[in-house]
Design a protein around this ligand. Structure first.
Ligand SMILES: [Zn+2]
Length: 154
């Protein structure tokens, strides 16, 4: 990483809506620096009042990327969503209502896999934020339904 620090010039990059049927659960928003590509992400509930609520840390350019992690609900516990910044080989901690297991390995394609057998957990899905940005994720179905609002290019 350069020793010369970028004076970030953040530009709004878009959002992804996370819904449970007709109910809006969370909104993930992203801003990207026009100069260096650093990304800032916000994870908000639908009723957030101020613009700084739910803002996560700024991710400097490098191998780490923002990953959207989603897990199924269980009984009366609703499904959950998290945005984490991680790079392949990292161990990410995600608490879900499903299993004692809470540590997941980030694969080379930035998915979260069980450490025990390096497989995808049935109750969890993970996506690169860039792949789902400007879209819609519906948690009412499992696996979640991804609706991209991005215009197909060709
Ligand atoms: Zn920058």
């Amino acid at each position: 990483m350069s020793s010369e620090r970028c004076v970030h010039d953040l530009k709004y990059a878009g959002l992804v809506n996370i819904a449970l049927g007709e109910e809006m659960v969370k909104v993930i928003e992203a801003w990207r620096c026009r100069r260096c590509g650093a990304t800032k992400v916000g994870l908000r509930g639908p009723g957030t009042l101020t613009s700084t609520d739910g803002l996560l840390e700024l991710l400097e350019p490098g191998d780490a990327r923002w990953i959207v992690v989603i897990w199924r609900g269980k009984g009366a516990i609703p499904p959950g969503v998290l945005a984490v910044a991680a790079k392949p080989g990292d161990i990410v901690n995600v608490e879900t209502p499903h299993e004692a297991e809470s540590e997941f390995l980030v694969s080379s394609d930035y998915r979260l896999l069980r450490r025990s057998d390096v497989g995808e957990a049935d109750y969890m899905r993970s996506y690169l934020l860039d792949d789902v940005l400007t879209g819609w994720i519906d948690l009412a179905e499992w696996p979640p339904k991804i609706i991209s609002l991005r215009r197909q290019s060709g």
